[in-house]
Design a protein around this ligand. Sequence first.
Ligand SMILES: [Zn+2]
Ligand SMILES: [Zn+2]
Length: 462
Amino acid sequence: MGFTDKTINELINTQFECSCGRTHIANIENIAIGPGAIEKLPEFLETQKLADGRIFDKNKDLIFIVSDVNTEKAAGADVTKRLEAGGFKIAKYVLPHPQMHSEEQFVDEINDHLPEEVQLLIAVGSGSVNDMTRFVSFKKGVPYYIVGTAPSMDGYASNVSPIVHNNLKITYPAHCAAAIIGDTDYLATAPMHMIAAGLGDVLGKYLAISDWKLSQIINGEYCCPEVCELVLYSVEKCVATIDDLKARDPQALTYLIESLVLIGIAMSFIGNSRPASSSEHHISHFLEMKAIQSGEYGELHGTDVGMATCMIGQMYDEFLENGIDYDKAREHAKAFDHDTWVSEIKRCFGPGATEVIKLYETARQNDSDEVLRRITAIEANEDAVLDQIRSVRQDLAKCPVLLEELGGLTDPSSYPFSAGEMTDIITYAKDLRNRYGTLQVFYDLGVLEPLAADTADRYMKK
Ligand SMILES: [Zn+2]
Ligand SMILES: [Zn+2]
């Protein structure tokens, strides 16, 4: 088999019996990417199956378009005009906020404007607008489409919605978009820092895939080689066209948005975010949490991911230079004290600590027995572990160079944190999710704290 010779439309709505022993499927009905992709919208709508089993009827069924002040300018107004000209019945709401997180109050705002008889929603946007419209349409029990306005993140094909409630981000189950439209004529108008953010989220896949492979070696975790190959293949296509991306060339933008959508398909294939998200995302989640708690907007998700990917690349340099001391690692593992850890988590996560402490009950990531077992596994498979690390290190070394091409962030020096705070972020980010990755490998080998402190000292003001 092999997914890399298939087009993006051949990968959706088809069941694949994979060489990994599992069956993979992504339930997205339609995808259109490229120049003029928006012209496909009427065709998608007129064949769209509705919640009650009927096919969408443009003379009868109401569409509700959600955008914000920026995405309305970039695409919303044009989409509205096209649908009106095509004789579709539409209602719409433009969120009047120039910057927003996906937040409960804005979800309520959309719901307040949602007509009772609506049959389909269209999200015009990328981040928050998309997350909130997905959630609202899911609750309403009607399908939704995305018209992308920026190639800035990998959540296009996602089936969950993160929503901030009382300064905490909660991820709610939702559904996938029925159709995804990535028209490069709209995407080309996105600010360069959003395009750089998209590249950052894509480059993070080098580490996410490597961490998945490491966990297979160390923990025997299931890992699909075909999905790994598909994800890395789409990353390389973006990397190869970086100069054109800088010039907003439609083909390069097509590769970037395709890659971001493909990563969503890879997540659907596996049933969770394993192929797309590991230590680099744990750091980005922590950075985002900090921003939300302090009432700031922070950096874009993909900007955080790209920066964290570069930073972990640097940490690998130091790690490889120092080598592994298994005796020290075992001493460090035995010295773990749960009560001390709990007070550290409370200090670092503030109101978010409760959930992190609760997660420990299932993850038990730092329990001495578990860590000692993993140290033994690393020692027994040292060649394979180090080969994987050396290989990803080469990929990670490319990331700062590529991001700099687009003016993206490659280190944390511009973030509003002291060296101490940055040390905490790197040290405790892994405890936010139950997923084995590089930061936990560093912890297991007893070097996470010093690597975090060195990294923070290198970049942050005292
Ligand atoms: Zn597979
Ligand atoms: Zn991401």
